[in-house]
Design a protein around this ligand. Structure first.
Ligand SMILES: Cc1ncc(COP(=O)(O)O)c(C=O)c1O
Length: 365
């Protein structure tokens, strides 16, 4: 393994790179947070300095995404996968059903988990035959009459796809796993009943999950819901029902402040689109690389590409790693390469990647 003495270009899909400014601020505050004489990691979650950190982070998030008052914003432990169980338990009663759009492994896992408790859940789109390169156009006529909600994964981290236009439904509430794109693009919160996101891409350390939900659309349930999965209980306790992942919440708060300073989600969206364009244009104009995803479905956060001659894969990766370009290996079931280019990835990182790709093509292609 090559040893680096400074930070490198980190294209990992998640846990992913965080903004260097955020890491530096955390480092400065690590041993003694704002004169408290202790690290945030060592602080009581019931103490005022931590309550301020929590409140400030939610305040910034609400302003970044223009989250209406009637939506609860809650930090959960357990990663995004935790919500695969929590959502059906909060939103379905015995015998009820929901619709799932299967655009990849994460949606399949969410459906399988819901099915354990609610065997009637349905698939309204299955992208398996297209190797998950297709994204449905979700309209009300696809929604089942008895669906209590429609579930989507808005950006498919593994396959590098996304809903270019996010669905707007009237027939049933929409619930979205936005783990790999929340805060990277503008969106209208009111089009969704629940949005959740594991933190490890655009928010902070893994293991923390954000849930944003419309309190008025949360059904009353008579069946027992485990306390840590109970939306109402968690919200009423302000994310402090038990000891939350305090340091991760602090890091998320620093990321939100960084985003506010950068100019917010609108500015990020433009930057992200320019970054993705640079990379996809390089792939599309080359005779060595290709992108398996149709142009309209391409993710702005995770760009999947291949070498037309896959016997060069190992060489490409070896050279990339030596050049300080980490985390480019594709997901194990997809193969090829994937560059995850979240908010924290500066344009200069993509420029370095693109010049490596061009040089590799010139010398080996
Ligand atoms: C879109 C999406 N949903 C869910 C997950 C699962 O997240 P976690 O490992 O935090 O449970 C991931 C993981 O990368 C993901 O990309």
């Amino acid at each position: 393994m090559v040893k680096f003495t400074s930070r490198i270009h980190n294209f990992n899909a998640g846990p992913a790179m965080l903004p260097t400014e955020v890491m530096e601020k955390a480092q400065r505050e690590f041993l003694n947070y704002q004169g408290t004489g202790m690290s945030v990691m060592e602080m009581s979650h019931r103490a005022k300095p931590f309550q301020d950190i929590l409140d400030r982070s939610i305040h910034h998030l609400r302003s970044l995404l223009s989250i209406p008052e009637r939506y609860g914003v809650v930090y959960y432990p357990g990663g995004a996968t935790f919500q695969f169980s929590a959502i059906p338990l909060n939103y379905l009663k015995e015998g009820e059903s929901a619709d799932f759009a299967l655009t990849g492994v994460w949606a399949v896992k969410a459906k399988e988990e819901a099915k354990k408790f609610y065997p009637n859940v349905k698939t309204i789109f299955d992208g398996k035959d297209s190797k998950y390169t297709e994204i449905p156009e979700l309209t009300d006529d696809l929604v089942s009459d008895d669906a209590k909600y429609v579930y989507i994964t808005s950006n498919n981290t593994i396959y590098g796809t996304r809903y270019k236009t996010l669905p707007k439904l009237k027939k049933a509430p929409l619930i979205a796993d936005m783990t790999s794109e929340l805060l990277s693009r503008k969106l209208n919160i009111e089009d969704f009943s629940v949005i959740f996101a594991g933190a490890q891409k655009n928010i902070g350390p893994s293991g923390l999950t954000l849930v944003i939900y419309d309190k008025e659309k949360l059904p009353k349930q008579n069946h027992p819901i485990p306390n840590l999965m109970n939306f109402e209980l968690m919200e009423k306790n302000g994310s402090l029902y038990n000891t939350p992942p305090t340091y991760s919440i602090y890091m998320a708060g620093l990321v939100f402040e960084w985003l506010v300073e950068k100019g917010g989600v609108e500015v990020m969206e433009k930057e992200n689109e320019a970054k993705a364009k640079l990379l996809y244009d390089t792939i599309d104009s080359s005779s060595l690389y290709n992108a398996p995803v149709p142009v309209n479905n391409r993710s702005v956060m995770n760009a999947v590409f291949r070498l037309k001659d896959d016997s060069l894969d190992a060489k490409f990766l070896e050279g990339a790693e030596a050049a300080g370009l980490a985390g480019l290996k594709g997901y194990r079931d997809v193969g090829g390469f994937r560059a995850s280019i979240y908010n924290a990835m500066p344009k200069s990182g993509i420029e370095t990647l693109v010049s490596y790709m061009k040089e590799f093509e010139r010398s080996k292609g």
